[in-house]
Design a protein around this ligand. Structure first.
Ligand SMILES: [Zn+2]
Length: 297
């Protein structure tokens, strides 16, 4: 054997989809910080902003998570030997994952992705709003208006954002940055969880994100478990209802195409409420109390 060949015996080819690691390494920490701040709020919330800690951690988490989707697109393109379309990650992802043969599904999926990427744009390009706020002498808010300044937003923004509520039409994500909260981060991750659950040629069961993260109570092993950990503690009952409704709709639209352990499919076998399996040894419903117990030897 020649010396040069011997030196190459451990040669490897390694891809660098680095942003996927953001969801694994950094986003769970941001989520924990955002949840701490969120948990201190009083609901229903009627203010023009959440706390600085909540919106900074939530927006950073959203930004890194959506960037990770671009990383995922690049990985899929490489494996399918397709060039990336530099300016349209959403269309690329729909084409790569759905192969254009499901027109209804394609449209719905594109909408969801557009909402995520619009929120990313608002954060990354720092869309500026002018807030007009007034309080009475007891510091109760008496007026609130948010105006997106001229020059920000585009055709796609106008299509997916409800002008009046300043939220996206399907997912209800806030676009006024000071209102971007734990709830918005939660919804973004819920959608990313299901996007990664679409089978593709790299892995027949989608791409599992092996998030190994120690919460205050136990270790979680994937995105679905991380979402469930927070879901069962959510202090805002209206948001829980919202998440159940959203998950029901997504399950109805997309379930035939999804696989793996996904948050939207993590439902109680008795009453169908979300958040049943918290991890491999805790299976318990917060709505009806049904649980599966394990015998301890
Ligand atoms: Zn139940």
């Amino acid at each position: 054997m020649k010396e040069s060949e011997g030196n190459n015996q451990y040669r490897q080819q390694i891809l660098t989809p680095i942003a996927l690691q953001y969801v694994i390494q950094i986003v769970p920490k941001l989520m924990e910080e955002a949840f701490d701040a969120y948990n201190k709020q009083k609901f229903p919330r009627t203010y023009f902003q959440v706390s600085i800690s909540e919106y900074t951690n939530s927006t950073a988490g959203i930004l890194l998570s959506v960037i990770a989707l671009e990383s995922y697109r690049n990985l899929l393109c490489y494996h399918q030997h397709k060039p990336i379309q530099k300016h349209d990650v959403t269309t690329d992802l729909c084409d790569l994952l759905l192969q254009n043969n499901q027109p209804d599904l394609y449209e719905k999926f594109h909408e969801l992705l557009d909402e995520l990427f619009i929120v990313r744009d608002v954060i990354a390009h720092n869309h500026m709003f002018l807030l007009d706020v007034a309080h009475d002498t007891d510091w109760q808010m008496t007026k609130y208006a948010a105006q997106l300044l001229e020059g920000y937003g585009d055709k796609k923004y106008n299509k997916v954002v409800n002008e009046e509520s300043r939220t996206t039409r399907r997912l209800g994500l806030n676009v006024q940055p000071l209102l971007m909260s734990f709830e918005d981060l939660f919804k973004v991750l819920l959608v990313i969880d299901l996007i990664l659950g679409i089978p593709n040629i790299i892995l027949s069961n989608g791409l599992p994100l092996h998030i190994i993260y120690k919460t205050e109570k136990y270790w979680v092993n994937n995105l679905s478990e991380l979402l469930t950990y927070y879901y069962v503690q959510i202090p805002n009952k209206d948001f829980m209802v919202d998440i159940n409704k959203l998950s029901d709709g997504l399950r109805l639209d997309l379930n035939a195409f999804l696989s793996g352990e996904l948050f939207i499919n993590n439902i109680c076998p008795k009453c169908s409420s979300l958040g049943f399996k918290r991890h491999s040894r805790i299976l318990s419903c917060i709505s009806c109390g049904y649980e599966i117990k394990f015998e301890v030897n």
